[in-house]
Design a protein. Structure first.
Length: 166
């Protein structure tokens, strides 16, 4: 295998990892649990939810805001970060992808790693590579993408109406 072919394969692996981490729903779903594990509370979720309901004209008088917040988190879903109409969805939480890290085995790329080849990968691919021995190397890639946890306005209205009926 030529060095050029090795570099092309390595870049294809980087591109595939980037595409997966930033566009595949299951990659985004990996962040979903974080809203219920403190992120919502840390970023003033209750007050943001109250403000959202006020702006949307959703009457939450007599509603336990803590219970509504739990339900909004539960019924929220992950979507690729993007500018969106706040009148249609409440932003439960947002998560920056930040860095993509992946370990690559020599068998995945079809050649053994050497310090020279890792140096070439660092010069000629989008990732930063770290040599881990002839059988393994890792790459790191900075990423500006993010995932949003959102809840539709119709869902919030339904949740409020159910609570008022109870």
């Amino acid at each position: 295998m030529t060095t050029e072919t090795f570099v092309e394969l390595a870049q294809a692996i980087i591109d595939s990892a980037y595409e997966y981490e930033t566009t595949h729903q299951d990659a985004g779903d990996n962040y979903a649990h974080m809203a219920s594990e403190g992120d919502f509370d840390y970023h003033n979720g209750d007050s943001r939810l109250q403000e959202y309901c006020d702006q949307m004209g959703i009457d939450i008088a007599g509603i336990d805001i803590d219970r509504l917040a739990e339900d909004v988190i539960f019924w929220g879903y992950m979507t690729q970060g993007q500018p969106y109409d706040v009148k249609k969805r409440f932003l439960v939480a947002t998560y920056h992808v930040g860095e993509i890290e992946q370990q690559i085995d020599a068998s995945d790329i079809g050649a053994r790693f050497t310090p020279y080849l890792v140096e070439q990968l660092n010069k000629r691919t989008d990732g930063y590579w770290r040599y881990g021995g002839p059988e393994v190397a890792c790459f790191y890639l900075n990423c500006d993408s993010y995932w949003d946890n959102v809840c539709d306005d119709e869902t919030i209205i339904d949740l409020v109406n159910q609570m008022k009926e109870d």
